[in-house]
Design a protein around this ligand. Structure first.
Ligand SMILES: Nc1ncnc2c1ncn2[C@@H]1O[C@H](COP(=O)(O)OP(=O)(O)O)[C@@H](O)[C@H]1O
Ligand SMILES: [Mg+2]
Length: 251
């Protein structure tokens, strides 16, 4: 039996709050194959960002584990770089004092010291992949559009040579024309680099367009999981049905 590229096995996360321990997610199981895109949908507060942070290894689960090619990412920290996150607000996550070239070279130097890759060549390669023209290299984040900031964030993530990209509401601040272009940028990378994508979005349009499978989370638990076509056309659970009819009013 072959193992999936990425597996979340029985993930739970509890936080201490002023009123005691509270559970953010509970008993989450997911599997992602190489080159596949999975969507995570659910209302605000459902636990999507908590799950995203755990998948990237930024937080440890209270129970369960994330396995990349069968290896627990909490046990072997060196493999965590293969899972990269695109932040919720790409523009706000970029250092405002750095130029585009500096922003992309920074992770290239941090990650590729061992491989001896020449930073300037890698900068040219990555910026071409994500569609950043050279004329933007000297600019700083405030001089860029939301879509251009998004591309810079993707280039920074790619510098780590990831096999999985996690996008947590990364599309929510974009206008409609940039949204279409950037979904295409990610889909091209998925194809060319055989990247796997985890697309977390309250925007079901994005998930329907990009993901072959979807998991719907309510109150920290997976309510329903299946192919995007199945779940969106014939949702089994009443809460999924309600979420879909409120967020996907058109067929
Ligand atoms: N660091 C934290 N400390 C305490 N509670 C948290 C923390 N992070 C998230 N939570 C709680 O966990 C639940 C899920 O939050 P979150 O993962 O941000 O949901 P979503 O991204 O789906 O909106 C919420 O009730 C939130 O208040
Ligand atoms: Mg969130």
């Amino acid at each position: 039996m072959t193992i999936p590229l990425l597996e979340a096995i029985n993930i739970s996360k509890r936080y201490m709050t002023s009123s005691g321990e509270s559970s953010a997610i509970e008993g989450i199981n997911l599997a992602l194959e190489r080159g596949e895109a999975i969507g995570i949908a659910g209302p605000s507060g459902a636990g999507k960002s908590t799950l995203a942070r755990i998948i990237c290894g930024m937080e440890a689960p209270s129970e369960g584990g994330i396995f990349l090619e069968g290896i627990d990412i909490q046990r072997d920290k060196s493999i965590r770089r293969r899972i990269q996150m695109i932040w919720q607000d790409p523009a706000a996550s970029l250092n405002p004092y750095m130029t585009v070239a500096q922003l992309i070279i920074e992770p290239i130097e941090a990650f590729n010291r061992a491989t001896g890759n020449r930073p300037k060549e890698r900068l040219a390669e990555l910026s071409e992949m994500v569609g950043i023209p050279k004329r933007l290299f000297a600019m700083r984040p405030h001089e860029l559009s939301g879509g251009q900031c998004f591309r810079v964030s993707v280039a920074r993530a790619l510098a780590a040579d990831p096999i999985v990209l996690v996008c947590d509401e990364s599309f929510s601040s974009l206008d409609l024309p940039s949204l279409g272009e950037l979904m295409e940028v990610l889909q091209n990378l998925q194809r060319i680099l055989n990247l796997s994508l985890v697309i977390i979005s309250h925007d079901l349009f994005v998930i329907r367009r990009m993901c072959s499978r979807v998991a719907v989370i309510f109150g920290g638990k997976i309510e329903e999981q299946g192919t995007t076509r199945e779940v969106f056309s014939t949702p089994r659970s009443p809460s999924t049905r309600k979420l879909i009819s409120s967020l996907l009013p058109w067929p």
